[in-house]
Design a protein around this ligand. Structure first.
Ligand SMILES: O=C(NCc1cccc(CNc2ccc3[nH]ncc3c2)c1)c1cc(-c2ccc(F)cc2)cc(O)c1O
Ligand SMILES: [Mg+2]
Length: 214
C-alpha cells in the first residue's frame, strides 16, 4: 500500500518547507507539483489572481469549498488579518487529514476552520454552527457540478449579502458551464473572467469573479 499523492505532497512540505512560513509551504507545493507530479492545486499563476482579490476584498469571514491539500487555504490565510476567519470545507477525509497537517506546518491554523463533509449538508448549518452572518468572499474549487447548486443554496440560506464576492476556479478546465451561464446571465450578479492557465500547464483556464448585487 504505497503513499497517495496528497501524502507525497505533505512529505515534500515537511521535508523542504520552513515550519511556520506559509509562503515557503506554498512555494514548496508549487515546485513539487510543477516538477515532480501534477496535482489540482489552484497553483501559482491563478494563485496570484486569488491573492490580488483577497487583498482587495480584505474578507473578515471567507468560505472555501474544496480544501484538497490545503494549498489555497494556506495561500489565502497568509493574506488575512489575525481576526479574520477562513472556513474551508472538504468532503474527502483523506484530503482533510493531509490538509490539517499542511495548514499546521504553515502556522495558519488559528485563522482556519476546516470542516469535513459535503457542502450540501454544511451550507445550511453555517449560521447556527459557526455563527456566520454572511460571507465576504467565497472561493469555489470543489466538484464542478456543485458550483451552481451550492451558489443557489448560499443565496437561499441568506449567506450572501450585497457585495459578497464569489471566486470560482476552473471555469474553463474542467469547466463549469451551468454555473457560468447562471452568474453571467443573472441580473443579481456582476461577473468578470480572469484568463489564466490550468495549474502547472499551458492549457487555458481561468477564474470567474462574481459580485452578488442582492
Ligand atoms: O475537480 C477538481 N476539483 C474538485 C475535486 C476533485 C476531486 C475530489 C474532490 C473532493 N473534494 C470535495 C468534493 C466535494 C465537496 N463538497 N464540498 C466540499 C467538497 C470537497 C474535489 C479539479 C480538477 C482539475 C483537473 C483535473 C484533471 C484535468 F485533466 C484537468 C483539471 C483541476 C482543478 O483545479 C480542480 O479543482
Ligand atoms: Mg481547482
Amino acid at each position: 500500500t504505497g503513499s497517495t499523492r496528497p501524502e507525497r505532497i505533505l512529505a515534500a512540505v515537511q521535508r523542504k518547507a520552513t515550519k511556520g512560513d506559509a509562503r515557503s509551504v506554498v512555494n514548496t507545493i508549487d515546485q513539487y507539483c510543477r516538477y515532480q507530479e501534477w496535482a489540482m492545486n489552484v497553483g501559482d499563476e491563478k494563485g496570484a489572481i486569488l491573492d490580488s482579490i483577497v487583498c482587495e476584498v480584505k474578507p473578515s469571514v471567507m468560505l472555501e469549498l474544496g480544501t484538497y491539500c490545503g494549498y489555497s487555504t494556506v495561500r489565502i490565510a497568509s493574506m488575512l488579518p489575525p481576526n479574520a476567519r477562513l472556513l474551508t470545507l472538504e468532503f474527502n477525509p483523506a484530503y482533510a487529514a493531509v490538509a490539517r497537517q499542511v495548514i499546521a506546518w504553515a502556522g495558519v491554523e488559528d485563522k482556519v476552520v476546516l470542516i469535513e463533509g459535503p457542502s450540501g449538508d454544511w451550507i445550511p448549518k453555517m449560521k447556527e454552527e459557526f455563527g456566520v452572518t454572511s460571507f465576504d468572499l467565497v472561493f469555489l474549487d470543489h466538484w464542478k457540478d456543485r458550483y451552481l447548486p451550492d451558489t443557489k443554496l448560499m443565496e437561499e440560506c441568506g449567506l450572501l449579502r450585497t457585495g459578497s464576492i464569489l471566486l470560482a476556479d476552473n471555469v474553463i478546465c474542467p469547466g463549469t458551464p451551468e454555473y457560468l451561464e447562471y452568474v453571467r446571465g443573472s441580473p443579481r450578479y456582476e461577473s468578470k473572467y480572469f484568463r489564466s492557465h490550468l495549474e502547472y500547464t499551458r492549457v487555458e483556464d481561468g477564474l470567474e469573479k462574481s459580485v452578488f448585487l442582492g
